[in-house]
Design a protein around this ligand. Structure first.
Ligand code: ME8
Length: 508
C-alpha cells in the first residue's frame, strides 16, 4: 500500500533549528513505522527558497537570494543524515523541474477560471510572507507570530478565487473528520472556514525572487503557492526514470507546525480543487517546542536546546528519543538540556541500555552466550500479546508518544522481572536450572521484541543491539514474542558495549 508522507519545507533564510529537527524526527518515526509494516512509503522533505523572507535575509547579508538559498539548503540537507532521517527525496523549490510544474498547475487554475486581477491592500509581515487580518494583528500593527512591525502594502495582484471553495471545503471538513488532526487543529481550521473565505493574493508584482507567472511575466507567484505545490511537484521528478505522481498521489500525511495551519488546511486543498487535482488525506499539526521554563527559546534567556550540541554530546538516538518521548505529538512541549540528561540517564542508559547489557552479560556468564531453547514465561509473554497491533493502531492515529509509552511499560516490566527472578540467585542453585533458563530466554525474547518496536524511534541503537543478538530483522513480523524459545539469534553472543554510555557530566 502506498503511503506518502511529508514535512513542511523549511525557509532557507536561516539555519536549521530545534523546531525543524523536531518535525523531521517526528515525521521520520511515522515513516519508519509504516515501512516496518511493509507499506510502500515515500517520505519527502526539503527547503522553501523563494519569497520575501529569503530575499530580505540574503540582501541583509550582501548576497543574492540564490547564493543564500544554496548555502542554507546545504545545511538542511546535511541535517538529514545527522538525524538519521530516512527521506526518499529532498526537494528544493528552486529546482527547475519544480518551477515548471508550478507554472503548469497554476496555469490550469487560471484556465479553469479561478484567477482574477485586483487591488490588494493590507498589513503584511515580510517574515511570514503573509497578509494579516485585522483581528490577529497585535497592538502597534505588529505580527502576532514575529512581533515585528507590519508594513502597509498595496499592489495590483492576481487573486485566487478562494471564496469559490467555501462549500467544497465545508464538505471536505464535514465528510472527513480526520482531514485535520488532532481535533484541536481541526476545530481551529473549521472555525477559520466558518468566518467565510475571501479571495487571496496569488502573485506579487514587486518581487522578482520567485516563480514567474506564465500568463504575465511581470509577476511572480506568491511564495506560499509555489511552496505548497512542492508536495505534488516532487513526485514528478524525484525518480530519474519514472513519474511517481500516479503511484503516490494523493498524499496520506502532511506533517506541519501549528503556525502554518491555514495554508495547509484551507488554501492548499482549495488550490488543488481549482487545478482539478485530488486533495491529500490528512494534515497532522504538531505543537511548538518551548524552553524548559515554558518560555519561547531564545539565546538571551539562555534556555535554548541546540540540536547540534545534543547530537555531539549524546548522539542522534538520544535526541530522537527525548523529543518524541517528552513532547506529546500534536501538543506543545517544554524541552531543555536538563530534561534531556535525566531521560538519557534514567530511561535510555539505565532502563533500556542496562536491561540489554544485563541480559547479554547473564547469558554469557551462565550459558556461554547461547540462549536456551526453552519455552518463555507465559506471564511475561501475555503482556506482549497484541502489543505490535496496539502500537500500529496508535500509529494510525499518529499517537507516537503514546505508542512509545506503551513500549516503555514493557521495558519497565522486564526490569521488574529481573528483580523478581534474581537470576544470579537461581544460578547458585543447581536444582533451579530450568527456572534460570526460562528467565534468560524470556529476557532475551523481551529485549528483542522491544527493540524491534523501538526501531522507528532509535534506529541506530536498535540495529547495533539486534545485530549483536544475531537477530537483525526489524520488520514487524519479527515483533512477535515467541512461546517456544527465541524466534531468531541468540547464539555465541559477543559482549555488548553500552548502548548509551554514562555521561561525563551526570544530571544533577
Ligand atoms: O513555515 N517548534 O518554514 P519554517 C516546533 N517554509 N516546530 C517548529 C518550531 C518550533 N519552535 N519552529 C518552526 C515555513 N517549526 C514554510 C513552510 S510548507 C509548504 C512551507 C516548524 O522554516 C514550523 O511549524 O518557518 C513548520 O512546520 C516547519 O518548522 C518549517 O518552518
Amino acid at each position: 500500500m502506498p503511503f506518502y508522507i511529508t514535512t513542511a519545507i523549511a525557509y532557507v533564510n536561516g539555519q536549521p533549528h530545534l523546531g525543524h529537527a523536531y518535525e523531521e524526527i517526528a515525521t521520520d518515526v511515522l515513516a519508519r513505522q509504516h515501512r516496518q509494516r511493509g507499506e510502500d512509503v515515500f517520505f519527502l522533505t526539503g527547503t522553501d527558497e523563494h519569497g520575501e523572507p529569503v530575499a530580505d535575509a540574503a540582501h541583509a547579508q550582501g548576497l543574492e537570494p540564490q547564493e543564500l538559498a544554496d548555502k542554507n539548503a546545504e545545511r538542511f540537507k546535511a541535517l538529514m543524515p545527522q538525524l538519521n532521517i530516512s527521506n526518499n527525496f529532498f526537494i528544493r523549490t528552486t529546482d527547475t523541474q519544480h518551477m515548471h510544474r508550478v507554472q503548469e498547475v497554476l496555469q490550469r487554475v487560471y484556465d479553469n477560471g479561478y484567477v482574477h486581477k485586483g487591488l490588494y491592500e493590507g498589513w503584511y509581515c515580510p517574515r511570514c510572507a503573509d497578509f494579516k487580518v485585522e483581528n490577529e494583528i497585535l497592538d502597534g500593527n505588529r505580527c502576532p507570530i514575529h512581533e515585528i512591525a507590519l508594513t502597509r502594502e498595496s499592489e495590483e495582484n492576481y487573486f485566487f478565487k478562494l471564496s469559490a471553495f467555501q462549500e467544497p471545503l465545508e464538505r471536505l471538513f464535514d465528510e472527513h473528520r480526520d482531514f485535520v488532526m488532532p481535533a484541536r487543529a481541526y476545530n481551529e481550521a473549521r472555525a477559520f472556514l466558518g468566518q467565510g473565505l475571501q479571495d487571496i493574493s496569488l502573485s506579487r508584482a514587486k518581487l522578482t525572487w520567485g516563480v514567474t507567472v506564465p500568463w504575465d511575466p511581470s509577476h511572480v507567484f506568491y511564495v506560499w503557492f509555489d511552496a505548497l505545490l512542492n508536495y505534488y511537484t516532487a513526485l514528478s521528478y524525484a525518480s530519474p526514470d519514472t513519474d511517481l505522481t500516479d503511484h503516490y498521489w494523493p498524499a496520506q500525511f502532511h506533517v506541519i507546525g501549528k503556525d502554518i495551519l491555514k495554508f495547509h488546511t484551507i488554501f492548499w486543498p482549495a488550490m488543488l480543487m481549482a487545478a482539478g487535482v485530488e486533495v491529500p488525506q490528512r494534515v497532522f499539526v504538531h505543537g511548538f517546542l518551548m524552553g524548559e521554563d515554558g518560555r519561547k527559546m531564545s539565546k538571551s534567556l539562555g534556555n535554548v536546546l541546540d540540536p547540534f550540541a545534543v547530537l555531539e554530546e549524546f548522539g542522534t538516538d538520544a535526541l530522537r528519543f527525548y523529543l518524541t518521548r517528552e513532547v506529546v505529538f500534536g501538543s506543545d512541549g517544554n524541552v531543555g538540556p536538563h530534561g534531556l540528561r535525566i531521560r538519557y540517564e534514567t530511561e535510555l542508559a539505565n532502563e533500556y541500555g542496562n536491561l540489554a547489557s544485563r541480559t547479554v552479560a547473564m547469558l554469557r556468564r551462565y550459558r556461554d552466550g547461547n540462549v536456551p531453547r526453552v519455552d518463555t514465561d507465559p506471564e511475561i509473554r501475555e503482556q506482549f500479546d497484541g502489543l505490535a497491533e496496539a502500537i500500529s493502531e496508535l500509529f494510525d492515529r499518529a499517537e507516537t508518544t503514546q505508542a512509545l509509552d506503551t513500549i516503555w511499560q514493557r521495558v519497565r516490566r522486564l526490569n521488574r522481572y529481573v528483580e523478581e527472578r534474581q537470576p544470579w540467585q537461581l544460578a547458585k542453585d543447581d536444582t533451579r536450572g530450568a527456572e534460570l533458563e526460562q528467565t534468560l530466554t524470556t529476557l532475551f525474547e523481551g529485549v528483542r521484541v522491544i527493540s524491534v518496536l523501538l526501531h522507528p524511534y532509535i534506529p541506530q541503537s536498535v540495529e547495533r543491539l539486534l545485530a549483536s543478538l544475531g537477530a537483525p530483522d526489524t520488520s514487524y513480523a519479527s515483533a512477535r514474542f515467541s512461546a517456544t524459545g527465541p524466534l531468531a539469534g541468540g547464539v555465541d553472543l559477543p559482549p555488548l558495549e553500552p548502548l548509551f554510555p554514562k555521561l561525563e557530566r551526570p544530571a544533577e
